[in-house]
Write a protein that binds this ligand. Structure first.
Ligand code: ZN
Length: 264
C-alpha cells in the first residue's frame, strides 16, 4: 500500500489531499566501514531511522513527509580506500539548496536534514538559506541524538565503524555484516596534544590511522544494543517531528512566544 508519508510512493491525488508541514531529508555516505560493515552503512541506517520516525510522526499528525535519502557524502579524507565515493560539500549543498527551494515553492517551510555521516557539514548552508528563504531548517546528526545515553548502552566509544555502528548494523541488516573480518578499530594518535585533546582540528586522513578504515572497537557490538540505541533516538526524533509539525509558524517560531504586550 502506498505510504502517504513517503514522497516516492504518493501519487497526485495524495499530494493534493495532504497538507505537509515538515519535510525530512536523510543524507548518508558511501564509504569503507572497517572490513565488516557495508559501504552503504550510513545510507542504510540513516534511511531506516528517518523512515521509522517519519512513519510514527505521520501517524500522529498526517503532516510529515519523507524525501528519498541522498546516498553520497563528503569523503575526501577516506579516498585511499578502494571505491569510496566522494562528493564535495558544495555539491551536496547545491542539491540540498535546490530541494529546499522546491519545498518553499510548494509551501513547505520546515525542513529537517537527518545527517548520518560525520564528514557532512550543513551548518553554513542552513545559516545562509534561512537568511535568503522563508524556510526553517533543522539539522540532526544521528550519532548525537542519544549521546547522553551512550554509556548506558555501549562499553566503548565509537567514532567510525565501532560498537555503535556495528550494533545498529547487526540489528537492521545483519545479513550484510561480516563480523569475522572486523579489525580492532585502533587508530594511531596525533603527535600533537592539541589535536588529541580536540581543541585544534585537522581533517583526519583515515589511511594513516590504520589499515581498515575504522576508529572504534566493534568487538562488544550486539543487535540488542543497536535496537536499544535506535529506540532512544527514534523516540526523540519522532517527538521533535511531531512538535515541529504541530507548531504554528507565528512570528516567534521557533522560539517560545513572547508575553502579550500588555503583560510586558
Ligand atoms: Zn558511518
Amino acid at each position: 500500500m502506498n505510504q502517504p508519508f513517503d514522497l516516492t510512493q504518493i501519487n497526485l491525488s495524495m499530494a493534493q489531499e495532504n497538507q505537509y508541514e515538515v519535510a525530512v531529508l536523510p543524507i548518508g555516505a558511501i564509504e569503507a566501514h572497517n572490513r565488516h560493515l557495508p559501504y552503504g552503512q550510513d545510507f542504510f541506517h540513516t534511511s531506516e531511522v528517518a523512515r521509522r520516525c517519519v512513519r510514527q510522526a505521520w501517524e500522529a499528525t498526517q503532516k510529515v513527509l519523507l524525501l528519498p535519502a541522498l546516498p553520497y557524502g563528503v569523503d575526501s579524507n577516506l579516498m585511499d580506500f578502494p571505491l569510496v565515493m566522494h562528493v564535495r560539500q558544495s555539491t551536496l549543498d547545491a542539491l540540498v539548496r535546490d530541494l529546499a527551494l522546491s519545498l518553499v515553492h510548494h509551501g513547505i517551510k520546515k525542513m529537517v536534514l537527518l545527517n548520518g555521516h560525520g564528514g557532512n557539514d550543513f551548518k553554513p548552508l542552513i545559516r545562509q538559506l534561512q537568511f535568503e528563504q522563508p524556510l526553517h531548517l533543522f539539522l540532526i546528526n544521528w550519532w548525537q541524538v542519544g549521546s547522553d545515553r551512550y554509556h548506558e548502552i555501549f562499553e566503548k566509544v565509537d567514532d567510525h565503524a565501532g560498537e555503535l555502528e556495528t550494533s545498529v548494523a547487526l540489528h537492521l541488516f545483519p545479513e550484510l555484516v561480516q563480523t569475522k573480518n572486523a579489525g580492532n578499530g585502533q587508530a594511531r594518535p596525533f603527535r600533537f596534544e592539541a589535536l588529541n585533546k580536540g581543541w585544534a582540528y585537522t581533517s583526519r586522513q583515515f589511511s594513516k590511522l590504520n589499515d581498515h578504515c575504522a576508529v572504534g572497537d566493534p568487538s562488544k557490538a550486539s543487535a540488542e544494543k543497536g535496537k536499544r540505541y535506535l529506540q532512544v533516538i527514534c523516540q526523540r526524533i519522532t517527538e521533535f517531528l511531531i512538535e515541529l509539525a504541530n507548531s504554528p509558524l507565528d512570528e516567534d517560531f521557533p522560539y517560545q512566544n513572547r508575553e502579550p504586550r500588555g503583560n510586558r
